[in-house]
Design a protein around this ligand. Sequence first.
Ligand SMILES: [Fe+2]
Length: 488
Amino acid sequence: MPPPAASNNTVFAHGVASGDPLTDRVVLWTRVTVPMTATSASVAWRVYADAALTQLVREGTVSTSSARDFTVKVDADGLLPGSSYYYRFEAMTGATGLSPIGRTRTLAASGEQHLRLALVTCSNNGSVMNAYARVAERADLDAVLHLGDYAYCDTDYTLDQYRSRHKLYKTANAPLRELHRQHPMIVIWDDHETCNDAYQTGAPPPNVASGPLWTQRRNTATQVFFEHLPIRENADGSRRIYRRFALGGLVDLFMLDGRLEGRSAQVNSQTDAARSDPARTMLGQVQEDWLYDGLRTSAASWKLVGNQTMLGHLNEVTAAGASTNNWMDQWDGYPPARQRFYEVLKGDAMHAKVNNVVVCTGDWHNSFIMDLPEDPASTYTGASGAGSLAVEYVTPSITSGFFGVSDLAPHSPHIKHHNDSAHGYQLLDITPVRVIGEEWQVDTVSAVSTLQTLAVAFETTSGSNRLKPYTMGATPPKSNAPVPAPAA
Ligand SMILES: [Fe+2]
């Protein structure tokens, strides 16, 4: 049975969370609820090697205050690589009490042979987040990649509004608290953590277009994101979220910011002349250089790219049968930037081809699983997948509503799966020789339900850079999965 919606822990009503695991450390997070009169609080944290909390590994005490909305973030170091840990907070002053017990896991230093990662996105409040509960109960995940739209803050403008939104998400949604309690999360924002269709210097109407109001809103939104999520603080105090994780030589994970770091303003339609302007970027020059250098020099078996908006072409069909691109907020709206990405994958006289890239994307609400050809119409063969440079998994929404798309068959032979009616998540099962991607769908977001179905699965073998159907059923869980964090 899922836990009750409201936490019965009044001091730690927002639960506990962990994130950004490295080989020797992981970020631990919580929030302490204090009396209205309190202006500060101290919180002890303890990390244990076992679920019974008998083998203490690390401990410390941190203070928090109203300046950071009584959130607590600890970068717990001195841990062993490739190991599971259990942790708990204790409020010492300002309030008193014990937190729920969380579980987390560090990354292997080398020799990783098997990873299982969940992909999640788009969890608008107000529906039942059953898919989060299904991810939470998988004991053997190494991490959860949250690809953005964790919270929908479109109507928020003030610091208090953004904070209240994030607090509401955790207090109102037991599956979200349970997800955080059981797994480390590696999270990036998309637009709705700030406001719809945000870009570096503004957001389209009816949101704040640009100028000081935009700057204030962006600063507020990103401050609260860093306060309320288990993302590692940057040493320079910046709110940069693009970052890289080395998963034991099996995967190098590049988490991108295709939203606030360097994104140029969207064009209005595919016929807008600015669409082909090479000066327009999705990532900005600094992040592009960082990503492309990283992809070219990575020695990992696989390169995963955590990305906000769909990279591949979404070629719909008009009534007359022509190909049309209608979604200018995704990479279809930035074709020269996408082409630069594809040129890196293709290689050139100076650089080797980059193989084994798996792009992991959120944002859409509908799900898509696709090959990534340079041009589906001219450099790709749908039947064989020849011409594909990489593969992309666009994971379904946890709860957010669907969008209508025309028949993709005539002009999108590279899109092997499209779902516009079921919520859920995707699971990547990764070994040195292949990546299997599964899409799991839940039956409802209108009521608590434990049902989930494996809708489809694909396999990409090393060096192939393309999908093929995988029909052997669900990949088996790891046999040595750590025990879940106990409910006590
Ligand atoms: Fe969304």
